[in-house]
Design a protein around this ligand. Sequence first.
Ligand SMILES: [Zn+2]
Length: 160
Amino acid sequence: MENRVPEDRPACGRPPTDARLCPACGKRGREVSGTTLDRQLAPNVRVKFSDAAGFCAEPACPVVYFWGDERVLTGETLRAVAQKDPGEDVNVCYCFDFKRADLRRDLSARGATDIPARIEREIAAGRCDCERRNPQGSCCLGRLAEEIRAIAAELAASKK
Ligand SMILES: [Zn+2]
């Protein structure tokens, strides 16, 4: 099967320390698992990595995943990456399908949103699957707070 991930892995399976610095922007990326990569990349792109990669969250940087010399750029992942794509139809929560436009609609209508509370209820019910569904491989709630602050600030500025 040509799309299988190669069996031979980097010597110890862990990156050298600086392998987690993004090769394009130099910022530290967080490590995502093979489980995340399996879901976020098409098979022909997935083969670039073994069982982990770094995730670069820097908005201005075109690199999404990296490992050694390998990199995957914005537009090469299966889903738009919230950190890299300012589009309104981009997911800010991937598990329960909330988009940036959903936050903006709530905030412009009533100056608040219950989306984080709704997500927390789903998480409490054990229904989140961030490692697979979220390109960053982890919970969206920290980022969501930033998204809400940014949109609220934009709306406030536009009213002046
Ligand atoms: Zn980067």
